[in-house]
Design a protein around this ligand. Structure first.
Ligand code: GTP
Length: 235
C-alpha cells in the first residue's frame, strides 16, 4: 500500500444518501465496510466527518443567530455523525476510539494527540469529533490540523465529485479533470478544493490532499492501492 497512516475526511452531507436530512443507514454501512477493507490492509486510519447533514453554521447566521453559536451547534452535529460512524464500524468488527475536541467525557475521550497516535499504532480507527473545538473553522480545517498533528502521510477528502476539474463540470461540459495539480496551481487558478485555512495548512506542512468520490464503492481501496482515482494536490 502506498500510505501507512491516513486521515480520511468524510462529508456529513454525503451521509444523507438520498434522504433530505440526517443519516442514511445504507450509506453509513457502505462507508464502514470500505473503511474495514482498507483497515484490513494494515493502514492506520483516522477520520474526521462533517456535520452538514444535520446542521450548518451558515444556516444559523441566516436565521440571525450569532456565527459562533451556530458553529458550536455544527460541532455537535459532527459528534452525532462520529458516534454513528463509530457504531457502524463496531458492527462490522472494527475497533475504534472517538475523541472529541470539546469535552463531553460521558460519550467520548477528550482529544489527546499522543493517545490518538497510540490508538492508531494499536490498530484502532480513531475518529476526531467536534471539529477543532473552535468557531470559524471548518471540518476541513479540523481534518488538516489533525492530519498534521498525527503525522499522517496524506489526507483523503471523500466527496461526491471524482476529483478537481478545470471548471465546474456541471456548468461547463468541456471541463476536464486533473490527475495531479500543485498547491500553487490551485491558488493561481482559483480552484475550490478546501477552504483557504485548511488548504494553506496542508500546503505549508507539505501534506498531500487526494480528492475523490467516496460514494462509489471500492474507490477508497483504489486510491490507497495507488490506482488513478480522484485528483492529488501536492507541492
Ligand atoms: P489502552 O490504553 O491502549 O488500553 O486503550 P483503551 O482505549 O482501550 O483504554 P481505556 O481503558 O482508557 O479505554 C477503554 C474504553 O473507554 C475505550 O472505549 C475508550 O474510548 C473509553 N474511554 C476512555 N476514556 C474515556 C473518556 O474520557 N470518556 C469516555 N466517554 N470514554 C472513554
Amino acid at each position: 500500500m502506498k500510505y501507512n497512516r491516513i486521515l480520511l475526511k468524510l462529508s456529513g452531507e454525503s451521509l444523507m444518501g438520498d434522504k433530505a436530512f440526517g443519516i442514511d443507514n445504507d450509506r453509513l454501512s457502505t462507508y464502514a465496510n470500505q473503511i474495514k477493507e482498507i483497515h484490513g490492509f494494515g493502514i492506520e486510519v483516522a477520520i474526521v466527518i462533517g456535520g452538514g447533514n444535520i446542521f450548518r453554521g451558515v444556516q444559523a447566521e441566516e436565521g440571525g443567530m450569532d456565527r459562533t453559536h451556530g458553529d458550536y451547534m455544527g460541532m455537535l452535529a459532527t459528534m452525532i455523525n462520529s458516534m454513528a460512524l463509530q457504531a457502524a464500524l463496531e458492527s462490522v468488527g472494527v475497533q475504534s476510539r472517538l475523541q472529541s475536541a470539546i469535552e463531553m467525557k460521558e460519550i467520548a475521550e477528550p482529544y489527546v494527540r499522543r493517545r490518538a497516535v497510540r490508538h492508531l499504532e494499536k490498530g484502532r480507527v480513531v475518529i476526531f469529533g467536534a471539529g477543532t473545538g473552535n468557531p470559524y473553522f471548518t471540518t476541513d480545517s479540523a481534518a488538516s490540523l489533525r492530519a498534521i498533528e498525527i503525522d499522517a502521510d496524506v489526507i483523503l477528502k471523500g466527496t461526491r465529485v471524482d476529483g478537481i476539474y478545470t471548471a465546474d463540470p456541471e456548468k461547463d461540459p468541456s471541463a476536464t479533470k486533473y490527475d495531479m495539480i500543485s498547491f500553487d496551481d490551485v491558488y493561481a487558478k482559483g480552484l475550490n478544493v478546501m477552504d483557504m485555512t485548511a488548504f494553506t495548512l496542508c500546503k505549508e506542512n507539505n501534506l498531500p490532499i487526494i480528492v475523490f468520490d467516496m460514494d462509489t464503492v471500492g474507490n477508497l481501496k483504489k486510491v490507497l492501492s495507488g490506482e488513478q482515482v480522484g485528483t492529488i494536490v501536492r507541492n
